[in-house]
Every structure is written in C-alpha cells, then in structure tokens.
Write a protein that binds this ligand. Structure first.
Ligand code: 2RA
Length: 332
C-alpha cells in the first residue's frame, strides 16, 4: 500500500530535499503532488522518475492526500495546513506557525515521536537549530537530567534558502577576483564574516531564532523549567549547522558516561577523538542522515556540567529529513 503525499513549497531548497529524500528513503508513495506559488504553477518537473506538473497551493488542492509536507512561509502555513487537515491529510509543517501551539505536537522522532500520534491533523517540525541541538542534548538529558542549556549556534546559509547559498558562493568568487561584493540576503557580507543576527531582533535583545531554540527545546523535551539561553550566529558555511552547548545536569556525569550515552543514541554519531583531530565538522555532515557529537568535556562552569559540540545537515535533520521521519514514524 502506498501513500499519497503532497509537497507545498516544492521548488524551494527544503522542498527539493523533500523530493530527494522521499526517493532515497523509499517512502511508500502511491502518488506525489507538488504545490507552489501561482508563479510556478503549470511548470513541469522531473521527480522520482516521473514528470509532474506543479499545481498552485490553494485551500482546495489537498483532497485525497495522506500527508502534506509544508516548507512555505508561516502565513501560508497558517492558511493552508488547516485546509490540508480538513481534507483528511496529516500536515507536517516546517514553518514556525504552529510550533508553540499547545494543540499541535512539535516533534523530533528520536525524542518525542509518540507525541506525533496525538496530532489533530497538523504536526510541527522544529526549527533547524533546535532539532540539531537536541540530537546531542537529549541523549544526555535522558541519562543525567538536563537542567541548564546554554547554546551558541554557527548556522549555515542554507537556512536562508537557495538564494543565500548562491550569495555566499558569489561573494567568495567576487572577493577572490577583487570585485565588488553584492549583498541581497544579509545586511552585511557573509563571506569571510560572522553575523550575530539570525532572524529579527526582539524587545528582550534576543533574536526570534534564539528564542525558538529556547522555547522549542522546552516543549520537545517536556522540560518547561529548563534554564536556557542562546546566541545564534550566521557563518559562511553552505548547509550544516554547528552548535556549541554548555549544559548542567541534575546528576553527576563523566565524559566517558556522556560518550557512551551518545554512542548508543539513535540518529547521532559519536565523533570525539580530539587528540587525533577528530570532531564533527559541517563539511563532513552535509548530506548525512545522522548528526555528529564531539568535543565532549567537563564544563568548567558547573559541578555536573558538560560542554560539547553538535553538527547536523540543516536541510536534512534540520528540516526535510525530520519531517519525513515524522511521517515514517506514523506509518510504521
Ligand atoms: C535559519 N533556522 O537557519 C533558520 C530558518 N531555517 O535561517
């Protein structure tokens, strides 16, 4: 038996990864429908060995579908996810529109997959930096009881979409050729730079991105009292996010115990042999299903503390893969 799957935002960076991963993971498809803006409607694309005509994403296009994977802006998700659910589909939404809605499960399958089964038609996919961070933090929480998490992210430009990836490439070329640098996606040059500015600034001095990591972590791990803070930085890396985490636990923890907890965890690789220059790096995890954890060491600031480093593919575990893993979880 196959499933009828729709993709909203099919022409975007994440939408393209949805298509690629559905094929590579041999998701049991009986039909694939691609939806995008009116501008793209009517275009024909090759996808999974078939020619598919892109349809305009509207409130009436979801009839008969089992799953609809959304990677569109929050406003469009707010409008169309309920329509998909009303049509009988499960809407898995990659925008932030429903993530903090108490009626909508926010899911990383390796952490709270069962929460997905309580859905009422819509399931929220976490922000990329959240999902990747928790792939390292959660296995340690399970063993040692996380009470404080301070995160600093080093985020790839893929998080801003295909245009940002092209902008980085163009800026590197222009810089190397001594030509003027064009800036369209970011307020400053991103090539050879680091921007402590991901998403918009809020009144509390944090950015929306930073508050997403704090608030979504609490919801996904069901830790409403988790003490957390975060700094999100955009760096000139193509498609993997890296996160430095300083964590304090309820119970004593050794580096060896932490390494063992990561080594046995699902969806994450222990990459931790700094003496031999072995640690997770963005280039190594681009296009990888698993995230990587390394640089595990006692935190110098907390009695029961650890510092560690997590890396994951922003387009995959940070977006398209996690959403498809939610669908896989529901059909298993
Ligand atoms: C970013 N997490 O990295 C945001 C959206 N994908 O820009």
């Amino acid at each position: 038996m196959g499933y009828k799957v729709g993709i909203v935002g099919a022409t975007g960076a994440v939408g393209q990864e949805f298509i690629k991963l559905l094929g590579e993971r041999e998701f049991p498809l009986s039909e694939l429908k691609l939806f995008a803006s009116a501008r793209s409607a009517g275009k024909q694309v090759e996808a999974l060995g078939q020619t598919i005509t892109i349809e305009e994403a509207t409130e009436t296009c979801f009839e008969g579908l089992d799953f609809v994977l959304f990677s569109a802006n929050g406003d469009l998700s707010k409008k169309l996810c309920p329509a998909a659910a009303k049509a009988g589909a499960v809407a898995i939404d990659n925008s932030s529109a429903f993530r903090m809605d108490p009626e909508v499960p926010l899911v990383v399958p390796e952490i709270n997959g069962e929460a997905a089964r309580a859905h009422k038609g819509i399931i929220a996919n976490p922000n990329c930096s959240t999902a990747i961070s928790l792939m390292g933090a959660y296995p340690l929480h399970k063993k040692f009881g996380l009470k404080r998490m301070i995160a600093s992210t080093y985020q790839a430009v893929s998080g801003s979409g295909a245009e940002a990836m092209q902008e980085l490439e163009d800026q590197v070329k222009a810089w190397s050729a001594g030509e003027p640098i064009e800036k369209n996606v970011y307020p400053h040059q991103i090539a050879f730079n680091a921007l402590p500015h991901v998403d918009v600034f809020l009144e509390n001095g944090y950015t929306k991105e930073e508050m997403k990591l704090v608030n979504e972590s609490r919801k996904i791990m069901a830790l409403p009292d988790l003490v957390a803070s975060c700094t999100c930085v955009r760096v000139p890396v193509m498609r993997s996010h890296s996160i430095s985490i300083n964590a304090e636990f309820e119970r004593p923890v050794s580096v060896e115990e932490a390494r063992a907890a990561i080594a046995e965890a699902q969806g994450v690789d222990l990459v931790d042999d700094p003496e031999n220059k072995v640690y997770p790096m963005p280039l190594d995890f681009a296009g990888k299903v698993n995230c990587g954890v390394g640089r595990i060491r006692k935190d110098l600031g907390y009695e029961n503390g650890l510092a560690f480093w997590v890396v994951g593919d922003q387009l995959w575990k940070g977006a398209a893969l996690n959403a498809i893993q939610i669908a896989e979880y529901l059909i298993k």
